[in-house]
Design a protein around this ligand. Sequence first.
Ligand code: GLN
Ligand code: ZN
Length: 756
Amino acid sequence: MTTFHLSGFPRVGAKRELKFAQERYWRGDITEQDLQDIAKSLREINWRHQANANADYVSVADFTLYDHILDLQVATGAIPTRFGFDSQKLSLDQYFQLARGNKDQFAIEMTKWFDTNYHYLVPEFQLNTEFKANPTHYINQIREAKALGFTVKPTIVGPLTFLFLGKEKGQSFNRFDLLDKLLPVYVEILNALSAEGVEWIQIDEPALAVDLPSQWLEAYKTVYQLLSEKVQAKLLLATYFGSVAEHADLLKSLPVEGLHIDLIRSPEQLSAFTDYNKVLSVGIIDGRNIWRADLNAILDFVEPLKAKFGDRLWIAPSCSLLHTPYDLSVETQLQANKPELYNWLAFTLQKVQELSVIKTALEQGRDAVKAELIASQNAAETRKNSSEIHRTEVAQRLANLPVGADRRKSPFAQRIEKQNAWLKLPLLPTTNIGSFPQTSEIRQARAAFKKGALSEADYEAAMKREIEYVVRRQEELDLDVLVHGEAERNDMVEYFGELLDGFAFTKFGWVQSYGSRCVKPPVIYGDVARPEAMTVRWSTYAQSLTQKVMKGMLTGPVTILQWSFVRNDIPRSVVCKQIGVALSDEVLDLEKAGIKVIQIDEPAIREGLPLKRTDWDDYLQWAGEAFRLSYMGVQDDTQIHTHMCYSEFNDILPAIAGLDADVITIETSRSDMELLTAFADFKYPNDIGPGVYDIHSPRVPKPEEIEHLLRKALKVVPKERLWVNPDCGLKTRGWIETIEQLKVMVEVTKKLRAEL
Ligand code: GLN
Ligand code: ZN
């Protein structure tokens, strides 16, 4: 017997049923009971899929109406006290207020769940946080599943990861010191689950895959000693998203009954655990990607493990399947248009089938699943040899790039002189980050065009009208460097993916990003090339309308990579450089067409950083090269801008400077220019445009606020190097506030300019 289990399942449903139910509930269109009923039916469907695939345990306690870390805050009583709610008697509306804010309190902050695109709600710990067990939510799921006849294994994030992921609020203290108070509450919760008759509880400790301070690392011993002693159920300690080989001795010494390791992210860590003497759960199907597995290849290395471990070998996806879309079989369009690609993919339901086949093969021999293995093998072989994927010209071009292809012809000091000579901009030039309000008319036009209800010519004309409108408004505002407004773009990555070779799109390939929000990443399946110009006609049209300088607008290679499902048959670095080279064709075409200020957005550069610091340099090196390749070959007097937001860059400033953009615009207003100070301390050499107002709100900034920020900026950045712009693009704003906000920005800039 080989136990097949899972760490978690997507919650949103095959067609985002949960999202629509949540949103209807928030609008008041359905009752709490309706929402709970829908959630319940989604859980049942999830469990049936797992059981039908022969999973030995279905996953419970992973389902949530918003976020599993918020649920854990509720279960441990650690909800932020500022809301004034009683965690033991939390209503559903209060639960959603924690997640979404209310009129008095801002929502609990969100941040990325390790290196995924899922966002969890960051626990707010205080020196006087009192924990209190409230396992109702988990118990209900267990009872529900058992009533339907399923054998369950609850999964809960462990105490060290939970504390580690939180933040200290209020008085200064170290949240680690809360551990002693937290542990008894964990014991109580876990025993409440045990009392429901569960044999195993999975405790996730993904924090083990990041650089943990030694104090935290050492605590694993005492924490798991205590939990193993006090908790009735058997504990499976799960790690994922990286290697834990360096902690192998520690992990093997813990008195838990089993360990789970991620062999997709880090196959080489297996050797550190082959002498483990308890249950070893191996993550052998990728929970983070959408590619069909090569089942024979997996069996080749799992069979010897099976021989060694016998029934102590468990098999599972590498991590929760939360990070993969639900069901490939609903992608009928993809199946019809790209049957080969369709055959190379596996979403959640296909992945559990793959595990089912592996389980059968391990228990009964490969012959018992001959047909499935042949199908898998065929898919792997066609993928290896497909000319849709492997374009020799792309590989050759990358291999034959001249040395220094990713470097500008001259250093910044010389370039900027040549640029200023024709740009003739005033001091503190004003500009925008790219997008202007994406009005409902724009979205309707796009939807109608996609449905075929609007002709291409009519759609094109509608977008051109929009561009003209944006240009005229910017002229009226007297901005210096204009943008065309990005009306024609649905999404900054999808737009380019649709125009580049090597990309494909799904219809229902949604993955939860946070709460009710899902993203549908493009699929990069083949070598990337640009068959024809993508943005030139829009940018040149915009330029034709005005005497002012029009800035071209592209999404950078790292961001495109980061927000896509990426092929796993070649390194990410190579895919990224291919995108960079493809973009360089666009940059040169823009330049040729007279668009000589070109912005290449890289908001996602920071989120690509590996979990472990030791891997940062390598990433920053190839990411930087890919970015620089995207402007390969431009003239000195062409001005390259980049834009970044969402994050801090203090610790990667050398790499940011290494991108060698002539101008960088960054989000800074909410941090009161703190970030800019870091750039200044670092002596960031090129031009810089710190955001002077927050674009997330319709609020019109007061002139004094912008003046304060700009004066602060002028103290640390030479006036010749400073630009003025909002924090980010304006696509989520309405027109009325946009005009008012930009008016203030330009007015204040002119006032300060007069003093310089
Ligand atoms: N150019 C994009 C815009 O203005 C940049 C978006 C972003 O940074 N996320 O919308
Ligand atoms: Zn931005």
